[in-house]
Design a protein around this ligand. Structure first.
Ligand code: SF4
Length: 656
């Protein structure tokens, strides 16, 4: 057990191990307050919602009490840390956790969890190797050979450890899969990378996951299974994403390619080596052909329906049934595979056939849930057709995730800590909006501000004399382009321009590229290259300007002289046209609530705060924020956006 003297105050204090190791470490009261609140929450088993402003040193502040708690409660399951993205998970794994392991004066273990499909299954790999000509084209065949060679030297057997990105169908032939593992009966059990990873996960004291993995596990637990070990504590970083991630994880989506993918895993036209050709009866091949044709016809019909409904953001299905003749054929195909599995004596083939049959059964269940409304379900699905480049996607998501999260997460026995730099939608220290969305009724709350002096570091300007973006859209667009050009030229570039639609990103890029290039300023546009490359370029070419939407409003970190001007073109209200948003707003109206005040406004304020936070990323950063939306002055709700920013009380932005 840990010596009692090791508490977060000691560890984060001026004479603590962190201060001794980091020469420029500063004791930050905000960090200390936050860390102590997390420690208190874990100790007393009480949920905590804690907002910690940018620069607080949030990761250390929750990792420290997590490590202490894990060490003091060994054998009681890990402390789970859930980050928003795999990149943030890797940052903890490669940077923050190794540092803490080196400086903390006690032993503890931490493990990063990734999904099972990322691991190599040695049994399936050898089986694929034995199946001569499993892949008919030489490139795939060569990739399989390289995987076999790599399997002799890899330490962790994960796809990420491969030197080349394998083609999806090659990796799918060798990956570890749910329902396709012999466990102890497997002759590779002792060498199995996945089994080792699972054991490490089971015994880890701190387990780092990402939100998608955590909520996929929650969906499994609701269905009676699990992937992650049982745990009593979970800390969610970037917790403002939880409602969205839960909606996605508890929702369903099927595209033409999803059905095609299941079918391609059992057979390919004219193939004599496929599972179906080798093990099933001729009737199975006929069913496969029929399923293919029905899949094409079904998604063609959906696409027509989508087009007839005016594509936009999608077409709601309301309480209408969707006719589909696909699932009976898929079910028959599944039966054919299951029968073939029983007939064969080859264990590997049995496993493969049964796994594919189970996959088809799950697909049928999803199809039925999406095609036939079930208003009596515990959490009824909102169903809609969504456009994509390849046609219609059949989608469904819970109208409300709060009841499910209340029951299975917050009242499920684990203590949760929810943290982020932006959780409150204004001066609401109790986080009412967030708690309502998530179904978190009882929780301690804490808000600690940023250590940065925003009054000094930020010049905040509102362009007031602008046309209204909603009522005078064409002249508003022209004005934004002209004024943005002026601000960017005055600043010598070094800017980030945040838009609220892809259409506007393209418009601004077109308007600004020539004049800015003429001044020697490079224009980087989201969508024209991968975001990671654009960010690298932005940091390297300090005077460049980055224009983008959506994912640029949060999570990007450009420090110093590369970013001294932030232009926010419009208040970030989400489009109300999406069928799920419309269904949620309708439900609010039926409950007598105001959807604008209760949904659109708080969501936009939160996103505005995140966008604003892109400018100041370090104590030495300073610059200017220009807001081009006059509604912040002309509308009653406008002042709430300004009041939500981290300036001191009474702060007044400039107008021009
Ligand atoms: S134990 Fe399971 S995952 Fe591991 S090699 Fe065997 S079958 Fe594959």
């Amino acid at each position: 057990m840990t010596d009692e003297a090791f508490d977060v105050r000691t560890l984060l204090g001026p004479d603590g191990p962190i201060a001794r190791r980091l020469p420029d470490f500063e004791v930050r009261p905000q960090q200390l307050a936050f860390s102590e609140a997390v420690a208190d929450s874990l100790q007393h088993g009480r949920h905590l919602i804690a907002e910690a402003g940018t620069g607080t040193g949030k990761s250390f502040a929750y990792l420290l009490p997590a490590a202490l708690h894990a060490e003091q409660h060994q054998g009681q399951g890990p402390v789970v840390i859930s980050t928003r993205t795999i990149a943030l998970q890797e940052q903890l794994e490669h940077k923050d956790l190794p540092f803490l392991h080196a400086v903390l004066p006690f032993e503890w273990s931490s493990v990063t969890a990734i999904g099972r499909n990322n691991y190599l299954c040695l049994r399936r790999m050898h089986q694929a190797e034995r199946e001569q000509n499993l892949f008919e084209d030489p490139e795939r065949h060569s990739q399989l050979r390289r995987i076999v060679e790599w399997s002799l030297s890899t330490n962790d057997g994960t796809r990420q450890d491969l030197e080349f990105p394998p083609r999806p169908e090659v990796w799918e032939a060798v990956q570890a899969e749910h329902g396709n593992c012999l466990n102890r009966a497997c002759k590779h059990f002792n060498q199995c990378h996945w089994q080792r990873a699972r054991r490490r996960m089971q015994t880890a004291q701190v387990l780092v996951v990402n939100h998608a993995l955590y909520f996929a596990d929650l969906a499994l637990r609701i269905a009676g299974a699990s992937y992650l070990p049982a745990h009593r504590v979970v800390i969610f970083d970037e917790a403002h994403h939880l409602a969205r991630t839960a909606t996605e994880s508890l929702g369903l989506r099927i595209a033409r390619s999803s059905v095609g993918w299941h079918l391609s895993r059992i057979h390919k036209r004219r193939s004599e080596k496929s599972l179906l050709a080798k093990y099933a009866s001729p009737a199975g091949l006929l069913l496969w052909e029929e399923a293919h044709l029905l899949n094409e016809a079904f998604f063609d019909t959906l696409h027509e329906r989508l087009r007839a409904g005016g594509t936009g953001e999608g077409v709601a299905l309301h309480d209408q049934d969707v006719d589909e003749g696909l699932s009976p054929v898929l079910r028959a195909l599944s039966n054919e595979l299951a029968t073939a599995a029983m007939r064969t004596e080859q264990v590997d083939a049995q496993m493969e056939l049964q796994a594919r049959a189970n996959g088809l059964d799950s697909l049928c269940a999803m199809l039925r849930a999406l095609c036939i409304p079930n208003p009596a379900a515990e959490t009824p699905l909102v169903r809609w057709l969504e456009p994509s480049r390849k046609g219609a996607i059949l989608c469904g998501a819970p109208l409300d995730v709060s009841a499910t999260l209340r029951q299975h997460l917050f009242e499920g026995g684990a203590t949760t800590v929810l943290t982020s730099a932006t959780l409150a939608t204004g001066n609401d220290d109790k986080f009412s909006w967030l708690r309502g969305q998530l179904g978190l009724d009882n929780a301690s709350t804490l808000r600690v501000g940023s250590p940065f002096d925003y009054d000094r570091a930020v010049e905040f300007v509102i362009e007031e004399a602008m046309p209204d973006p909603a009522r005078e859209a064409p002249s508003y667009r022209r004005e934004v382009a002209e004024r943005t050009e002026r601000h960017v030229l005055d600043n010598g570039g070094r800017a980030l321009i945040l838009c609220t639609s892809w259409d506007f990103v393209r418009y601004l890029a077109q308007q600004l590229r020539a004049p800015l290039n003429a001044a020697g300023i490079e224009v980087l546009v989201q969508g024209e290259a991968p975001l990671s490359r654009l960010l690298e370029q932005k940091r390297e070419l300090e005077t460049s300007v980055l224009i983008g939407t959506d994912s640029l409003w949060e999570g990007i970190d450009v420090r110093g002289e590369a970013l001294t001007l932030l232009v926010v073109t419009k208040l970030p209200f989400a489009s109300p046209g999406h069928p799920l948003t419309q269904a949620r707003m309708k439900a609010m109206k039926e409950r007598g609530e105001d959807p604008f005040a209760g949904h659109s406004l708080p969501e936009a304020i939160l996103k505005f705060r995140q966008g604003f936070g892109r400018l100041i990323r370090g104590g030495a950063d300073q610059g200017k924020v220009v807001l081009m939306d006059p509604r912040v002055r002309t509308k009653g709700y406008g002042r709430k956006f300004v009041a939500a920013l981290p300036f001191s009380d009474g702060y007044q932005p400039e107008s021009c």
